[in-house]
Design a protein around this ligand. Structure first.
Ligand code: NAD
Length: 479
């Protein structure tokens, strides 16, 4: 198995550049490849290619578009081992999780391909002789920016939405984990996607967004990443009156009501926290547990968390790989030290493991004061905080106490409790008795500072289309 050569893909052709940034394996910090840095002329070429690609693709029937997207997804499924290998090497996640990610990415393509054939409009009844038609048309070339935590499924969301709706796309994928996007470009190339419909660039992120966002030919900005960067890009887009689709940070609360099994819920939560080493915008992080269950839940959670095996993601016995980069280790150490200094109890974890590779264990902290940074800043790593609450209303108030509102979770068997949670929790996604926050057929996205717009579900394609109202009088009035 080989890590792919990372190149730009513009107008249906691969481009090498002389400049390059190193790509590291987070399990041992060795260099596994280099990522090219797009120049201004590469970006100009990508822009022209996307404009040409849009002219062709937007005029192809949705059924034919769906065929090509499905063909590409089926090639990705055939290449699952090769793609999963690259993802584990560059990102660190376990090979089992990398395979699941490839499957999930394919499911996004397959769902959106089908949904692209259902961008129905409306006929509005009116007075005789005139008809009003509402039609949904592809919005135009899209500039998309995807992060490093899911090298395949994050960019897949954006490519799938754009292509299914009839748009072309210039994707700047994450420089630290570029291979997933390269594999997807290869699959689309082999599936016969016309040149210029999907273009892939890497480089200096602020230079690429700074160049693309103001361009008249770019009609939508789609970004997944931190709230800080999302706001910056939104500001830039607003200056040029561009719509944005923003999937930003979260700090997911989990409300554990006193009518559930504390052991089973604690164990399930610890296992979920280890997924992708906690580097997930929907990762369950702030646990608010009703007092009667607090001790049992906390014990079960901490014991299961301490048993999570960590190591190289290629080792089949490992349940959690390293963090993806050194920034995450620094952030975990800072958050733990701050919480400890403010009186939090560290039940397990809390220290980097070894000094080669970015290993950090699942870390559980209890009785964490509200002024600890970890209660407000998204850890984006394997840290969970558990605090007791007296009532469900207290829990809802605490859950809503941050500017984020992406995913939220709750455990209860009471329909009454569930109803209060559905009404009261401020989040784009609320999951009850499950820690799964998003599947291809449901809309995913945030409220408040967690972003705007939705990816997936029937709602997902709406951002990639624009609404045109046609007023059609059947006979012209004579002058
Ligand atoms: P970041 O926001 O700096 O980077 C995330 C992605 O955005 C990267 O791929 C990066 O290349 C790109 N990016 C950064 N600046 C950009 C710019 N000016 N123009 C265009 N693209 C730009 O975040 P990070 O330091 O890599 O990770 C830290 C935080 O980001 C995490 O704590 C988490 O809150 C957030 N994050 C969220 C998600 C998510 O799924 N919502 C994913 C990754 C990171």
């Amino acid at each position: 198995m080989q890590y792919p050569s990372i190149q730009l893909y513009i107008g249906g052709e691969w481009r090498k550049t002389t400049d390059g940034m190193q790509i590291l394996n987070p399990a041992d910090e060795s260099v596994i490849g280099t990522v090219p840095v797009a120049t201004r002329s590469d970006l100009e070429a990508a822009l022209s290619a996307a404009a040409d690609g849009f002219r062709i693709w937007s005029r192809i029937s949705p059924a034919r578009r769906a065929d090509i997207i499905r063909k590409a997804a089926s090639l990705m499924r055939e290449r699952i081992e090769e793609i999963a290998y690259s993802i584990t090497l560059e990102h660190g996640k376990t090979i089992a999780q990398a395979r699941l990610e490839v499957v999930r990415g394919c499911e996004f393509f397959e769902w959106d391909a089908a949904e692209g054939q259902r961008t129905y409009g409306r006929v509005i009844p009116s007075e005789p002789g005139i008809r009003y038609l509402v039609v949904h048309q592809p919005i135009g070339p899209v500039a998309a920016f995807s992060p490093w935590n899911f090298p395949m499924s994050q960019p897949a969301r954006k490519i799938a939405g754009a292509l299914a709706a009839g748009c072309s796309i210039i994707l700047k994928a994450a420089e630290e984990t570029p291979a997933g996007a390269v594999h997807m470009a290869r699959a689309f190339h082999d599936a016969g996607l016309p040149p210029g419909v999907f273009n892939l660039v890497f480089g200096v992120p602020s230079e690429i967004s700074g160049y693309l966002i103001p361009q008249e030919r770019i009609r939508l900005i789609a970004f997944t990443g931190s709230t800080v960067v999302g706001k910056r890009l939104t500001e830039m887009a607003a200056l040029h009156m561009k719509p944005v689709l923003m999937e930003l940070g979260g700090h997911a609360p989990v409300i554990v009501c006193d009518d559930v099994d504390p052991d089973a819920t604690g164990i399930m939560s610890a296992v979920r926290k280890a997924r992708n080493a906690g580097q997930v915008c929907t990762s369950p992080t702030r646990f608010y547990v009703q007092k009667p269950l607090y001790n049992a839940f906390t014990k079960a959670f901490a014991e299961r968390a301490a048993a999570v095996t960590i190591g190289d993601g290629f080792d089949q016995s490992v349940q959690m790989g390293p963090l993806a980069n050194h920034r995450r280790i620094d952030a975990m150490e800072m958050l733990v030290a701050d919480a400890k200094a403010k009186g939090a109890k560290i039940l397990t974890g809390g220290h980097r493991v070894g000094n080669r590779g970015y290993f950090f264990p699942v870390t559980v902290m209890a009785d964490v004061p509200d002024d600890a940074r970890v209660m407000r800043e998204e850890p984006f790593g394997p840290i969970a905080v558990i605090n007791p609450v007296a009532t469900i209303d207290d829990a809802i108030e605490k859950a809503n106490g941050l500017p984020f509102g992406l995913a939220a979770y709750a455990f209860t068997h009471s329909a009454y409790n569930a109803d209060r949670l559905i009404d009261g929790v401020e989040a784009g996604n609320l999951s009850i008795n499950t820690l799964e926050a998003s599947v291809p057929e449901t809309p995913f996205g945030g409220v408040k500072e967690s972003g705007n717009g939705r990816e997936g579900g029937a709602e997902g394609l709406s951002h990639y289309t624009t609404v045109k109202n046609v007023s059609h009088r059947m006979t012209m009035a004579r002058a």
